[in-house]
Ligand binder design. Sequence first.
Ligand code: PGA
Length: 254
Amino acid sequence: MFRKKMIAGNWKMNGLLKDGVCLAKDIAEATKKIKKPACKILVCPPFTLLTTVKKALRGSVVELGAQDCALAPKGAHTGDISPEMLKDAGCSYVILGHSERRTDHAEISKTVRHKAEAAYRAGLKVIICVGETEEQRNSGDAFDVCRRQVRASLPAKATSTNTVIAYEPVWAIGTGKTPTPADVQEMHEEIRIAVASKIGKRNAYNMHILYGGSMKPSNAEELLKLKDVDGGLIGGASLKAADFMDIIKLTSKK
Ligand code: PGA
């Protein structure tokens, strides 16, 4: 079986209770109308909305994810949320190593790897984000940067079942800019090779590699049809149910 596409919404630090419930309900209702969605669907709201969004998604195929987790299962870590707590709140996934966390919280790939191990311990799957800055792309270092991030962020226990990679060029996030489809395909191929070198060819072949960075209904079709693009991690466009649904519907186009 070839990799089924995955469309994940990263809500980031957006949504008060009533907005989040509304958005989740709209997505849940809309997905119920699609007989058999061609892709796996996930929404990742902020921590404060997890349990209410979980309720709003009840009866739909939409899964729940969080945007970060701590290392320890519990204890004296003021302000942190453990992967066990996320599992308890109904999450099946957690996004790790998003460039905004790497920048705002100085997270390095080693931390991301340890967080991924903590997430597996709690029975969560992880979406590990990698991507180069504009400077790194312009100086010709994009492949090296992403290869290094993949190798250092992936735990030895990672498999195609417990881990997804998201390639998110930092300069494309929230900017409206995207790499050309050829550049995206080339990077996804390189990432797959880096995954193979760390956890073997079979895991690399089966691993979902999502593209993220200004994906929207108008550019999703050409990105999603690329051979090594197995879906999208969507920020801005995931905050409007109609746009998110339009992207989901594109995955059923051959
Ligand atoms: P964007 O964000 O779609 O708003 O560019 C994507 C992401 O950061 O996950």
